[in-house]
Design a protein around this ligand. Structure first.
Ligand SMILES: Nc1ncnc2c1ncn2[C@@H]1O[C@H](COP(=O)(O)OS(=O)(=O)O)[C@@H](OP(=O)(O)O)[C@H]1O
Ligand SMILES: [Mg+2]
Ligand SMILES: [Mg+2]
Ligand SMILES: [Mg+2]
Length: 353
């Protein structure tokens, strides 16, 4: 019996339910996009998914703290936006009545929805049980028709114990070739994966459903025998990671395959199941602090699948100091046996050794 069996079940069902909502919005033309203070986009899908996930967590673990990306302030001032989201949220439930009941059933009112969204305002830290939520990771990919992920992780005393990634646009087949997008005109057929990891218990994938949990299989990273034949993933947005540095590193490693550009933590999931080998996220701006919800689930899933994840200095990602990874710069994720070699080249190119 897993040490976090209940947490894992709730997390997987909560992500699965939230993904029903995000998929609806993904296929609609109007995604209700608004700009946040930092000019980044947020949609009705992000707000709705965050409300549904937090409602499920509060029902099952009322004492736990939550660090989530979004907040309800803009919705409190905009009745139209608020009611559009409420219509979506109240119309979203798992088709399996038992599974829906486990999550506590529907949210009762528009006001409760706002309250749930704002429960995500914990400062995080090194003490106690804290969930990290990214209701839609890769919002720009979501808007572009590419990859995105619904992300949830549980930290206990600053250490990630459970991680779940819902990737509605990744192929179900773990052996499918690595591609960055959802080619135009494609439907949901054959797509949608739910990835999970529990500390010291491995990582799995299963098809994302709209009801109860499908059966799962173990996933593991590919062992790299020849690094020159490796494939590496990177962000689509040049503003999120340095394509130039990453290309130079690949070249120095002898990698000739073109990089696969993919939005969101679908990158972590893709290398964890052996579809790709390496994920590089090198800082563009020295001042940017990575957010814990952008990495917590993916970091655990990759490590449990046989990978190593560090920052550019070779330090493990430190989720214990608040809402950001203030002690880390960038991300280098690779199979354990190849990580040192990749890191050495990262440091050579960045001139930090
Ligand atoms: N400057 C900068 N540097 C690094 N990261 C940044 C930066 N600005 C934003 N973000 C965060 O990037 C998250 C999306 O990362 P991706 O890897 O999906 O990027 S990309 O869309 O593929 O380009 C994105 O997550 P979401 O907002 O959930 O989409 C942001 O938290
Ligand atoms: Mg965002
Ligand atoms: Mg994100
Ligand atoms: Mg997000």
């Amino acid at each position: 019996m897993s040490s976090y069996a209940k947490e894992l079940e709730i997390a997987q069902l909560a992500v699965q339910r939230a993904a029903i909502l995000t998929k609806r919005v993904f296929h609609e033309k109007a995604k209700g996009t608004v700009s946040k203070d930092d000019k980044s986009p947020v949609t009705i899908g992000d707000f709705g998914a965050q409300a549904l996930i937090i409602a499920a967590l509060k029902h099952n673990f009322p004492e736990d703290e939550i660090v989530a990306e979004e907040e309800a302030a803009q919705l409190r001032e905009d009745a139209n936006l608020r009611s559009t989201i409420w219509d979506l949220v109240k119309g979203t439930s798992l088709s399996d009545a038992d599974a829906e009941a486990v999550l506590g059933g529907p949210i009762k009112s528009e006001d409760d929805m706002l309250t749930f969204i704002d429960y995500g305002n914990s400062k995080g830290g090194a003490k106690g049980r804290i969930w990290a939520i990214d209701p839609i990771d890769g919002t720009k990919g979501f808007l572009r028709g590419g990859q995105y992920a619904v992300c949830l992780a549980l930290m206990v005393d600053g250490d990630v114990k459970v991680g779940v990634l819902g990737c509605p646009n990744l192929p179900i087949d773990d052996a499918a070739p690595l591609t960055g997008g959802m080619e135009s005109g494609q439907t949901d057929e054959g797509r949608g994966c739910l990835f999970s990891g529990v500390l010291d218990e491995g990582a799995t994938s299963r098809p994302l459903t709209t009801g109860g949990l499908a059966s799962s299989q173990k996933i593991s990273m590919k062992a790299i025998t020849d690094i020159a034949a490796a494939s590496f993933c990177e962000s689509v947005e040049a503003g999120h990671s340095s394509h130039g540095d990453q290309a130079e590193i690949a070249k120095k490693l002898g990698i000739t395959n073109p990089s696969v550009r993919m939005d969101s933590q679908a990158k972590y999931a893709s290398i964890a199941r052996g579809a790709g080998d390496i994920y590089l996220r090198l800082p563009v701006k020295a001042t940017y602090q990575e957010k814990i919800w952008d990495h917590a689930a993916g970091d655990l899933i990759v490590r449990e699948a046989g990978g190593a994840v560090t920052d550019i200095h070779g330090k493990r990602l430190d989720f214990s100091i608040g809402r950001t990874l203030a002690n880390n710069k960038g991300v280098v994720a690779a199979p354990t046996g190849a990580h040192a070699q990749v890191l050495a080249v990262v440091q050579e190119v960045l001139g930090i050794k």
